[in-house]
Design a protein around this ligand. Structure first.
Ligand SMILES: *Cc1c(COP(=O)(O)O)cnc(C)c1O
Length: 389
């Protein structure tokens, strides 16, 4: 089976992991801080706090921005559930912004309109979480401008966008956000098996996230300096968690990070190969990447024209039966039973159209162009599509 995405592990990665297994520390040793330093260097941000997955990173990011009961957080309709769940963990309400028809990211015009109405109703969001879908950077300049006008904070869910660039800067520089989150799940750009990180340029936010990552415990700068009972002393100052990333995984992360540029290059080459083929097929559109951006191409998403939406299921099943484990990214947040009660149907026309027509095709560094040729052949053979030629 050819998956829609997968990890790329070489001997250097394996050696890095073995080295830690033979060392004194399997967790809380030198490798996690080393990984954090490398992340800061690579993405040109001041602070990196590595955690056990991106879901935890999003949770801690919300807590660091003091999201709590009574607050409202907005994200995109088309994303993985974790982008919305992080606000719910903090007791906040979630609301959704429709996507743009060509970038598949949060629509700036919908966001603007929704903010205007929310202001009148006194229901402005405390935090907005833009998601760089498939690695395609959102229009961050516009979102940043709106954040100043309407007074909200920004968490970039860049789970897909490790290695993407926007205005000649890497996503992760946090130029237009308070916090950026990456995921290191095996299907994402680089992997630690399970892992994630919060990047920020704000020392206070970084300290808070670091504290919450490990039980809310501090080992210096005590609340009351006279309370120091001896060399064993530490204090719990908040209700934290055990969201740490261990040294085995961090060393894999470090080794993977050195290959990120190569992975992005390879994925872009393969995506261009797909794009050239699809240019000639007018019932399918591909994701539009702006000229000021480079996508990591975590996913290669096609959208079938709405006049052919009834062919999507057939095509999906055909591709799977030919050995291509294609997938749909994503079921809109508002259709999940947990969320469906709070959202009116048909509020999000672009998301409806997208969800009825999208398929994620295989794309990862080790994929062969022969496989791409075959995928295209399977698509073109489909009877429903032939009818329009
Ligand atoms: C994968 C993903 C997450 C969660 O990542 P984990 O590391 O698996 O917790 C969050 N948001 C988006 C958009 C994702 O794709």
């Amino acid at each position: 089976m050819i998956p829609y995405s997968r990890q790329h592990i070489d001997q250097k990665d394996i050696d890095a992991v073995l080295e830690v297994l033979k060392s004194d520390y399997l967790t809380q040793g030198p490798k996690t801080p080393l990984f954090e330093e490398s992340l800061c260097r690579q993405f040109l941000c001041k602070h990196a706090v590595a955690v056990n997955n991106a879901t935890s990173a999003l949770h801690l990011a919300c807590l660091a921005l003091e999201v709590s009961k009574g607050d409202i957080v907005w994200t995109s309709t088309i994303t993985f559930v974790a982008s919305a769940n992080c606000a719910r963990y903090c007791g906040a309400e979630i609301d959704l912004v429709d996507i743009d028809n060509s970038s598949y990211n949060m629509s700036i015009s919908s966001l603007e309109e929704k903010l205007r109405i929310a202001k009148l109703k006194n229901k402005l969001p405390k935090v907005v979480i833009p998601v760089h879908l498939a690695g395609n950077p959102c229009n961050m300049e516009s979102i940043f401008k709106l954040s100043k006008e309407y007074g909200f904070k920004i968490i970039e869910d860049a789970s897909h966008a490790c290695g993407s660039e926007y205005n000649n800067k890497k996503i992760g520089s946090c130029e237009y956000s308070d916090i950026t989150v990456f995921s290191f799940h095996p299907v994402k750009m680089i992997t630690t098996a399970e892992g994630g990180v919060c990047l920020t340029n704000n020392a206070k936010i970084a300290n808070k996230i670091e504290n919450l990552r490990s039980h809310g415990i501090i080992r210096s700068n005590y609340t009351n300096p006279d309370e120091n009972h001896g060399p064993w002393y530490y204090e719990q100052t908040s209700l934290g968690f055990n969201y740490r990333l261990n040294d085995i995984l961090a060393s894999l992360g470090n080794s993977q990070l050195s290959k990120l540029d190569e992975f992005v290059k390879k994925r872009n080459q393969l995506a261009n190969y797909y794009n050239k083929k699809f240019e000639k097929i007018d019932f399918i559109t591909t994701q539009k990447i702006n000229s000021n951006s480079i996508s990591s191409y975590h996913l290669f998403i096609i959208k079938i024209h709405h006049s052919h939406h009834d062919s999507r299921l057939r095509l999906f099943e055909k591709l799977r039966s030919e050995g291509y484990f294609v997938n749909i990214h994503y079921i809109p947040i508002y259709l999940h039973p947990y969320y469906s009660k709070i959202f009116k149907k048909n509020q999000y026309p672009n998301s409806e159209d997208y969800y009825s027509g999208c398929i994620s095709l295989p794309l990862y560094p080790g994929l062969k162009t022969e496989n791409i040729d075959h995928v295209i052949e399977v698509i073109l053979e489909d009877k429903g599509f032939q009818a329009i030629f």
